[in-house]
Design a protein around this ligand. Structure first.
Ligand SMILES: [Zn+2]
Length: 173
């Protein structure tokens, strides 16, 4: 049996029914229509201008570490520079959730979010910053709370220092 989704893991550990309930406590959809919901991430609008950074920060999501099957929370910030399409505000959260429904590692989560924002909006200028606390470190093993930060910088966010600094400033809490 290949464990690819949280559904598989909970089904294995605690059985389908209880697993399903635990799963919904984490705000994660299990129903077959989940993929239908995902399609709504693709809502875009015509861009008003192509010289501004658009960013959404402060999105806290939960997932399960694929090494230890323990929860991790991640604060996610996404920025991009629209080319001809802008993404609906709530779609950033939907895209993020789409990739937390699987056993994850933080580094891959950032890459997947960046890939998807790029794909839907058609721009290469995408930035994703994730700060995560992993219970596999905080609550077991070394038992020391800590926050891991990871960043994906693409296009101008990678090459333009000022742009990157502006983005970092914008996502400050
Ligand atoms: Zn872990």
């Amino acid at each position: 049996m290949r464990l690819t989704t949280l559904v598989d893991v909970f089904a294995l550990l605690v059985g389908g029914e209880l697993g399903s309930r635990l799963f919904s406590y984490m705000g994660i959809q299990m129903s077959p229509d989940t993929m239908v919901r995902y399609r709504t991430t693709e809502t875009t609008f015509s861009a008003a201008s192509t010289d501004q950074i658009v960013c959404v920060s402060g999105m806290r999501v939960f997932s399960l570490c694929e090494h230890h099957l323990l929860p991790m929370w991640c604060d996610v910030a996404i920025g991009y520079i629209p080319s001809d399409k802008v993404l609906g505000f709530s779609k950033f959260a939907r895209i993020t959730h789409q990739f937390t429904h699987h056993l994850q590692i933080q580094e891959r989560l950032g890459q997947q979010i960046a890939d998807e924002v790029s794909r839907i909006t058609g721009t290469n200028h995408v930035a994703v910053i994730i700060k995560g606390e992993h219970l596999c470190m905080s609550a077991r093993g070394i038992r020391t709370p800590g926050v891991m930060a990871s960043s994906v910088m693409r296009g101008s966010f990678r090459t333009d220092r000022d742009l990157r600094a502006e983005f970092m400033q914008m996502i400050q809490p």
